[in-house]
Design a protein around this ligand. Structure first.
Ligand code: KG4
Ligand code: ZN
Length: 339
């Protein structure tokens, strides 16, 4: 088959991103304009500000992606864009840009599911990775354990019943005074703390071995902080961070290993912003080694939101004939596997 170049656009949350990807695996450019500094002022993502900033940035980011890849629109075979899930106003900026470009140039348009993008980030640095495999997708908005049956074909084994893993990281970080975004900060300070200092719960969800629940853990941390204050006891930020993180990592590793055994897979991958957590990566690497399973972990820059992963997913959708019409709309609560 001829080489296929995908121009990919991602704007579902607080990064405005565009990339050019060849044949779903080779990244020719990956431009990310982050809004984190802006949102840090407010302690979290402010949707209205996110949409406005995307509108300001999107043209430049797309131009930059083409320039860095040393291609022009006439070289592009398809334009892939995240159309859900995410913040509706933020998604709409990317979707409108992709539709306008596609309409003006007649280059086919491909709507991509954001989680499918996160999973596909694994194809970029592992040219040999092919489905089937199991993937743990943990980000600010999602915690999914997914069986990747084939390109574009997924079975969700478990999902969170309440907070996403990244959301729990962000809320706990705020409560212990680390600020936003919480994940990377907890990851860092935990090296100075004792992960066994405080016994936080490892939540089990009734009736499901694979579903997650992180809100009980978040409440346990808040209760612990309140009790310390009431008893006038000092709070050791590093110990709280390390103990909370261990509780999250233990549950994620346990669920992942259960799925690996039940489905007898020999390949396991991780994805999403929380997958850049160094403690989680180490724990899963060790567990996979013990189980004799190949472990795939994208570089941190491909774990957090980016457009290269959308280009990888978009390529497989495109070659499988899944082209979108101009009625493509932003779907904030789009489920994986739906089109
Ligand atoms: O995938 P992502 O960039 O956006 C969503 O699709 O949600 O994930 C962002 C989330 C945030 O909650 C952030 O705190 C978390 O990923 N995160 C981390 C780390 N880096 C980012 N969580 C734990 N440890 C990290 N090193
Ligand atoms: Zn994401």
């Amino acid at each position: 088959m001829d080489d296929k170049l995908i121009l990919a656009i991602e704007s579902s949350c607080d990064e405005t991103a565009a990339a050019v990807v060849k044949n779903g695996r080779d990244v020719l450019s990956n431009i990310i304009s982050s809004q984190i500094d802006l949102h840090t002022l407010y302690g979290g993502v402010v949707p209205e500000i996110a949409s406005r900033k995307h509108t300001e940035q999107i043209n430049q980011v797309v131009e930059e992606a083409l320039k860095e890849a040393k291609v022009s629109l006439k070289d592009i075979d398809a334009i892939a864009v995240t159309y859900g899930p995410g913040l509706v106003g933020a998604l709409l900026v990317g979707v409108s840009m992709a539709k306008a470009l596609s309409f003006a140039t007649k280059i086919p348009l491909v709507g991509v599911h954001h989680i499918e993008g996160h999973i596909s980030a694994n194809y970029i640095e592992n040219k040999d990775l092919e489905p089937p495999f199991v993937c743990l997708v943990v980000s600010g908005g999602h915690s999914h354990l997914v069986r990747v049956l084939d390109y574009g074909k997924y079975e969700i084994l478990g999902r969170t019943r309440d907070d996403a893993a990244g959301e729990a990281f962000d809320k706990v970080a705020r409560a212990i005074g680390l600020g936003y975004p919480g994940g990377p900060k907890i990851d860092k300070v935990s090296y100075k703390g004792n992960p066994d200092a405080i016994k936080f719960p490892r939540a089990k969800v009734e009736g499901s071995v694979y579903d997650f629940s992180f809100s009980g853990l978040k409440s346990a941390v808040l209760n612990y902080l309140n009790q310390c204050e009431m008893k006038n006891e000092p709070i050791v930020q590093e110990d709280v961070a390390a103990s909370f993180q261990k509780a999250v990592v233990d549950v994620l590793v346990e669920h992942s290993m259960t799925a690996i055994k039940e489905f007898n897979v020999d390949k396991f991958a991780i994805a999403g912003g929380v997958a850049s957590n160094s403690h989680l990566r180490d724990a899963l690497e060790k567990a996979c080694k013990e189980a004799g399973v190949s472990f795939y972990k994208p570089s941190p820059i491909l774990c957090t939101d980016n457009a290269a992963m959308i280009g990888a997913a978009g390529y497989y959708e495109f070659i499988n004939g899944n082209v979108s019409g101009y009625d493509l709309n932003a779907i904030p609560n789009l489920r994986l596997g739906e089109r």
